[in-house]
Design a protein around this ligand. Structure first.
Ligand code: FAD
Ligand code: EPU
Length: 283
């Protein structure tokens, strides 16, 4: 055996919504352990900040990247870096994004500051191309390592059909690590941009939530549409459509996945336009 740590755990503790039953969690810290973990049906869990997981949990193994796959090497590559641009070493898919964004700000390195406030891991944020109107993950990527049960590939952003909240990477392909492409700026300038992106979040709820429930259809705020449908403050069980921003569902404490599903159905039935879910429902 390659030695991955395996534990049966409640997934609620890995999600920002705080909902989710048990599963066999595989903590993998290198490529050999990951290869072993991928030999049976699996799911990959990042920061758990976009997930609504069933109270019964999931039958598949749940893979979490730790150890070497959650480390970051921000050393500039001398061949690809100059006074204007810096290409880093490998940054693990399991690295928490908020800490990385803070470090890049202190170093005066720009391109990713628009993603401030997204409580993801690097791999999950890349897989979704998480972002805000101030920038998204693909603005700061030089290359990506992607692992499938059969192979390890390194691709560049140009190889992928990425777009709004979408990298084009198929589900189940694991982003194990990335190299960042950053613009040399100053801590002050990066901080100013971060503050702009942060200010845009002032109206978002501070409670347990997986972020926005639906993608914005054609650039229109889904939150505004749900608000106009009169649904702010609607509650099912312990789940609530946030009074602060209608595209956020929050857990008042002890919510069940079914409570959240019921609110999602209610929204779909009441908003005139077809809405595409941003949350991912497990199973
Ligand atoms: P998870 O929620 O763990 O997983 C989401 C999906 O990514 C799953 O399909 C999972 O299998 C897959 N995945 C996870 N890790 C990997 C990996 N290493 N390789 C391949 N696939 C992987 N999103 C935005 O885009 N913009 C925002 O402004 C924003 N604000 C938010 C604010 C709050 C308070 C919260 C709670 C969420 C917010 N989100 C936002 C949503 C969420 O943070 C993003 O969708 C993020 O990309 C999810 O990443 P994660 O690591 O938490 O992934
Ligand atoms: N609005 C309402 N009522 C609401 C919510 C919003 O009228 O309940 C109005 C606002 O007043 C504003 C407009 O809609 O005029 C846009 O709202 P906001 O600035 O909050 O932006 P958003 O489009 O609702 C998007 C992203 C967020 C991201 C913010 C800030 C999506 C689905 N949402 O929200 O991303 O943080 O911009 O950049 O793209 C996420 O994806 O999980 C997420 C939180």
């Amino acid at each position: 055996r390659s030695g991955a740590r395996i534990e049966r755990l409640a997934l609620s503790r890995f999600t920002t919504l705080g909902v989710g039953g048990p599963a066999e969690v595989w903590f993998v810290s290198d490529h050999a352990q990951l290869h072993e973990a991928m030999q049976a049906p699996y799911r990959i869990l990042g920061g758990g900040s976009n997930l609504v997981i069933a109270d019964d949990g999931v039958p598949e193994r749940v893979i979490r990247l730790t150890g070497a796959l959650a480390e970051r090497d921000l050393t500039p590559d001398p061949e690809l870096s100059d006074e204007e641009q810096l290409v880093t070493g490998w940054v693990g898919g399991g690295v928490p994004l908020p800490g990385l964004i803070r470090t890049l700000q202190k170093l005066g390195l720009s391109n990713l500051e628009g993603t401030v406030g997204i409580p993801a891991q690097v791999g999950g944020a890349v897989w979704m191309n998480a972002g805000t109107r101030y920038g998204e993950m693909f603005d700061g990527l030089h290359s990506l390592e992607i692992v499938t049960p059969g192979e390890v590939r390194v691709v560049t952003p140009d190889d992928l059909p990425w777009g709004y909240r979408d990298s084009g990477i198929p589900r189940g392909h694991i982003v194990t690590r990335v190299r960042l492409k950053l613009r040399r700026s100053t801590p002050q300038e990066v901080l100013e941009k971060m503050t702009l992106a942060d200010t845009a979040r002032k109206g978002q709820p501070k409670m347990k939530t997986p972020g926005c429930a639906f993608k914005n259809p054609g650039g229109v705020s889904a939150g505004r549409l749900i608000d106009e449908a009169g649904l702010k403050g609607t509650r099912v069980g312990q789940a609530l459509i946030a009074p602060e921003h209608a595209n956020f569902i929050v857990n008042l404490g002890g919510a069940a996945a079914a409570d959240v599903h019921a609110l999602l159905d209610l929204i779909r039935g009441r908003v005139g336009l077809p809405l595409e879910l941003e949350y991912e429902l497990w199973p």
